[in-house]
Design a binder for this molecule. Structure first.
Ligand SMILES: Cc1cc2nc3c(=O)[nH]c(=O)nc-3n(C[C@H](O)[C@H](O)[C@H](O)COP(=O)(O)O)c2cc1C
Length: 335
């Protein structure tokens, strides 16, 4: 049989995602500006950060803002966090009205306060309960419903294959598998073997996640697991180019050149302007601090300029710090 083309579209229920390079949901990160930049770089599917069902239902204003979707972002999956079928179905209806193309259910979040509520990875630990939630959401909306799971709860409690089978029976249209157990949080290497096991066990598309950081690693994940798409998380922090680079590698098998320091600073400045436009100068500036540090991470002198970025009082001041950092970078060392 022919080796499958690595950059083919992925059908998730009724949604045809144009390519198999997805941006992982990340709380505090994957807001409108981040998602628009990711799409600009060719990312096939973006996700919102996880949204609590209760916060959506009770009209928490921050959550309402988080579920705003702009035209450039489609197709977009809106991720929900919760543990009870009724409220999750209700929240799914709300985000569908807000424009979600796909409703994703979080079954992997390891945070203690989430787990204490029986949500995220705690719900994934109980396949029967997880399937009940997914089934209720599938019945509630006329959009594809997907789930994001972990390898399991702990090394002694690995359940991804059983969970995936139950979710498929409950009607999910795709399953993203993060190859770490809950007790690992985000440390240690992701186990790609379990992604392959899930792929072999279900018919719906499987999205591999964990440690895909560039073209070669993304292609290796697809080769080793047979997954239908790769989902990239931390490698995209301050690095929206990763999506274009992975796509290019999947298409032609060659690594694309990394962005120059000028491109990194210019992108950081654009990101800053976009985040200020969406969230205002006060919250925008605060939220931009971490992004700005990520954009310049690894450049000569970045550590020193980082503390200045953290204390900038206005967006203009932050942009000025970024620009003068670039000037310093391009000045000969002895000047
Ligand atoms: C800052 C941060 C926030 C995250 N928030 C979410 C989230 O809201 N929902 C979710 O399913 N996973 C979340 N994750 C997990 C990522 O989606 C992904 O599974 C994980 O980072 C592993 O992929 P990576 O190795 O490509 O980073 C988050 C990860 C990070 C680093």
């Amino acid at each position: 049989m022919d080796r499958p083309a690595h950059d083919r579209p992925v059908r998730i229920g009724t949604v045809l995602v144009p390519n198999p390079v997805f941006a992982a949901p990340m709380a505090g990160v994957t807001d409108i500006p981040f998602r628009v930049l990711a799409r600009e770089q060719g990312c096939g599917l973006v996700y919102t950060e996880m949204l609590s069902d209760k916060a959506l239902i009770f009209g928490n204003r921050r959550t309402e803002r988080m579920v705003t979707i702009t035209p450039a972002e489609h197709p977009i999956a809106v991720q929900l966090l919760g543990s009870e079928p009724g409220p999750m179905a209700e929240a799914a209806r709300l985000v569908t009205e807000a424009g979600a193309d796909i409703v994703d259910i979080n079954l992997g979040c390891p945070a203690p306060k989430v787990v204490r509520n029986g949500e995220g990875s705690a719900l994934g630990r109980d396949p029967r309960a997880a399937a009940a939630v997914v089934g209720a959401v599938v019945r509630a909306v006329n959009r594809p419903v997907t789930a994001k799971i972990r390898k399991g709860w702990s090394d002694e409690e690995v359940n991804a294959v059983e969970l995936a089978r139950r979710l498929e029976d409950a009607g999910v249209a795709a399953i993203a598998v993060h190859g770490r157990v809950r007790t690992q949080f985000y440390s240690g290497r992701a186990d790609w073997g379990v992604i392959g096991e899930v792929k072999a066990a279900v018919r719906v598309p499987v999205i591999g996640n964990g440690d895909a950081i560039d073209g070669p690693s993304a292609a290796a994940m697809i080769d080793q697991t047979g997954c239908d798409a790769v989902m990239i998380g931390r490698a995209a922090l301050g690095n929206p180019w990763v999506f274009a680079q992975v796509l290019e590698f999947l298409r032609v098998g060659r690594p694309a050149p990394p962005p120059s320091p000028e491109e990194r600073v210019a992108m950081a400045a654009r990101h800053l302007r976009a985040i200020v436009e969406h969230k205002g100068p006060v919250i925008g500036l605060l939220e931009m601090r971490k992004h700005a540090a990520w954009y310049i991470h690894g450049l000569h002198g970045a550590a020193r300029v980082r503390s200045r970025l953290m204390t900038a009082d206005t967006p203009e001041e932050m942009e000025g710090i970024l620009r003068s950092f670039l000037d310093d970078l391009s000045r000969p060392a002895d000047a």
